[in-house]
Ligand binder design. Structure first.
Ligand code: ADP
Ligand code: MG
Length: 288
């Protein structure tokens, strides 16, 4: 039988905008010692804006942005939305064929007979497109047109208002380690980690590498200690499923993330993580 207090706990959590899918997950929050975060959409707003358009060779700014916007038409990644917004014009879907979204890399597509690649340095390296690594702060989207490097677009994201206080609150609740796993570059990942006071940052990870990082952590810790993973579900549903407790952002997050998660944060605020842990602690006191 389930003690009544657990229902009280789930109710108390839901009043705070945290949907807990079972009393076992609330109970598990009491033993959480590691909190692992995704970056984009979880600690940062995922509301990117284009801050620079830097064409290469004979390509114009307009051509670079247009190629990128066409490539990003079908992607739901926050990066894609910002590029389409910066372009602002109508996109003729009929010109697109052979669309291929490469997880953790970017997009490959045929636009009116021209091959366009739009994505990170990993994508350019994989496709053997030579380029110079920019030093701009921010997330870089490189573009190539018919295998020739066409330049890059810089995109800036902001950390969420309550992200830094979340990390502090977790420390006060006795969390041993906070970790960030990101597919973004080392430069951006480490800058965000430093800004927020996160203990460990692992950057330039593919979705399967995120799962491997959780597994490594799982082997290092004692069996009683639990791991939470918090993500928005874009490229991180496998990790949500693998962690002891998977938490998803319910607003920005994808349906797949909400499905895969054990706990859903309806308001997208990371500060709901320490709030949920506090509810769990109070609930345990009532039950015992
Ligand atoms: P994170 O949420 O940690 O940023 P993702 O796995 O969602 O990780 O993305 C990893 C990286 O892959 C992004 O930072 C970006 O460089 C690249 N990327 C993914 N999707 C796209 C896209 N649609 N367009 C351009 N780049 C992309
Ligand atoms: Mg993400």
């Amino acid at each position: 039988s389930i003690p009544l207090g657990f229902f009280g706990g789930i109710g108390a959590a839901s009043k705070r905008g945290v949907l807990v899918k079972g009393s076992n997950y609330l109970e598990a929050l009491n033993d959480v010692k590691y909190v692992v975060f995704d970056k984009t959409g979880t600690l940062t707003k995922g509301a990117f804006t284009v801050t620079r358009i830097q064409p290469a060779g004979a390509v114009s700014e307009e051509e670079l942005l247009e190629a990128a916007a066409y490539a990003e038409l079908h992607s739901t990644h926050p990066i894609a939305e910002s590029i389409r917004a910066a372009y602002g014009k109508e996109i003729d879907e009929a010109l697109l064929s052979d669309y291929n979204e490469i997880s953790g890399h970017g997009i490959q597509v045929n636009v009116n007979g021209t091959e366009v690649l739009a994505g990170n340095a990993k994508l350019m390296n994989r496709e053997r497109i030579p380029f110079e690594q920019p030093t701009d702060p921010g997330t870089i989207v490189h573009v190539s047109i018919n295998r020739a490097y066409a330049g890059y677009i810089v995109i800036a994201d902001e950390v969420k208002e309550d992200a830094a206080e979340t990390i502090r609150a977790l420390k006060e609740l006795g969390i041993k380690q906070t970790v960030m796993l990101t597919g973004d570059s080392k430069t951006v990942g480490e800058a965000v980690g430093r800004q927020l006071g996160i203990d460990q940052v692992h950057a330039e990870l593919l979705p399967q590498h995120k799962v491997e990082e959780i597994e490594k952590l799982d082997q290092q810790k004692s069996p009683k200690e639990k791991i939470i993973f918090v993500g928005d579900g874009i490229n991180d549903t496998p990790v949500l499923a693998r962690a002891d407790v998977g938490m998803a952002m319910g607003g920005l997050g994808s349906d797949a993330a909400i499905e895969a998660a054990d706990i859903v944060i309806m308001t997208d605020e990371p500060s709901k993580i320490p709030a949920a842990i506090q509810v769990a602690k109070r609930t345990r006191r009532i039950v015992w």
